[in-house]
Design a protein around this ligand. Structure first.
Ligand SMILES: [Zn+2]
Length: 246
C-alpha cells in the first residue's frame, strides 16, 4: 500500500496537470468535462455503491451514485480519477462503500488530497486562526472546498487535528439540522435534484441529448444509449449491478 506522502505527491501532480495549484478549490466535475475523452454519468445506484469507472475504446467513463450528496459525488469523481489516471484500471471498477482493499483505501486518500491538499488545509487554518475546530469552521471549510462534512471530519481526524472524542461527536452530528437556517448553499449536502438523477454529460452525451431533443431518437432508445450505449459488455453488467431498479 502506498504511503500518505506518495498519495499527496500524486494528488498535487494531478492538480498541476489540470492547471490547478495546491491551495485553491477544484471543480472536479468541470475538469472531467474539459477533457474530450471523459463522459460523466449520474445514476441512482444501490446504497452500497458510490461509483464506477471504465475505459471503453477512446472513451473514459465515470459514473457516480446520484442518491448520494453532491459533496460525496465530487469525492467519488476524484476517487475514480485515481483508478483511471494513476492506476490505469481500464477494465472497469465498481466502488463499494467501506471497501478495505488497498486500491480502494488509496483512492479515498488520493481523493481527499486532490480536493483538499495539505497546503490548502494549512492556508485555511492560518487565514481563520483555527485553534479549536468548531462546527462553523468545518462547514466553512466544507463549503470552500466543496467537500462533504464527513470527508472533512475524517480528514481532520486522520491528520490529528481533532481527537477521537471530537471526531465521534462531529461524525455523528446532523449537518442538515445544524446548517439549514444559516443561509448557506445546502446542495452540497443533498442528493441530486430529480431532473439530474439520471443524466450523462460530455461530448457523447451532448450529441445524444441533441438527437433526443430533436426527436431523432425515441425515449426508450435514448435511455438505452444513455445507460448502455458504450457497447462494452462489462459496462452493461456493471450498470445492471449498480442500478437501484431494473
Ligand atoms: Zn474505487
Amino acid at each position: 500500500m502506498k504511503d500518505d506522502l506518495q498519495l499527496q505527491t500524486e494528488a498535487v501532480k494531478q492538480r498541476r496537470i489540470n492547471g490547478y495549484g495546491s491551495t485553491e478549490p477544484i471543480d472536479v466535475i468541470g475538469l472531467l468535462m474539459a477533457q474530450e475523452r471523459y463522459t460523466f454519468i449520474r445514476l441512482p445506484m444501490t446504497d452500497n455503491i458510490s461509483g464506477m469507472c471504465i475505459i471503453d475504446g477512446a472513451s473514459k467513463i465515470i459514473a457516480v451514485n446520484s442518491m448520494m450528496s453532491l459533496g460525496r459525488q465530487r469525492f467519488t469523481v476524484a476517487h475514480e480519477l485515481y483508478h483511471m489516471e494513476i492506476e490505469c484500471r481500464g477494465q472497469g471498477v465498481i466502488c463499494k462503500k467501506g471497501s478495505k482493499t488497498d486500491s480502494e483505501k488509496e483512492a479515498d486518500r488520493f481523493a481527499s488530497y486532490f480536493l483538499l491538499p495539505c497546503d490548502a488545509l494549512e492556508w485555511f487554518i492560518e487565514k481563520y486562526g483555527v485553534k479549536e475546530w468548531t462546527l462553523e469552521h468545518i462547514v466553512r471549510l466544507s463549503q470552500f472546498f466543496r467537500m462533504s462534512f464527513q470527508a472533512i471530519v475524517y480528514r481532520l481526524h486522520q491528520e490529528e487535528k481533532i481527537n477521537d472524542l471530537r471526531y465521534h461527536e462531529l461524525i455523528n452530528a446532523n449537518i442538515l439540522d445544524n446548517v439549514k437556517d444559516t443561509g448557506i448553499d445546502m446542495s452540497l449536502y443533498m442528493k441530486s435534484p430529480e431532473e439530474e438523477m439520471e443524466k450523462s454529460y460530455g461530448q457523447y452525451s451532448q450529441l445524444l441529448e441533441r438527437a433526443h431533443k430533436e426527436e431523432r431518437i425515441s425515449d426508450s432508445l435514448y435511455k438505452q444509449f444513455a445507460l448502455e450505449g458504450f457497447c462494452d459488455e462489462r459496462w452493461n453488467e456493471m450498470v445492471k449491478e449498480a442500478l437501484i431498479y431494473d
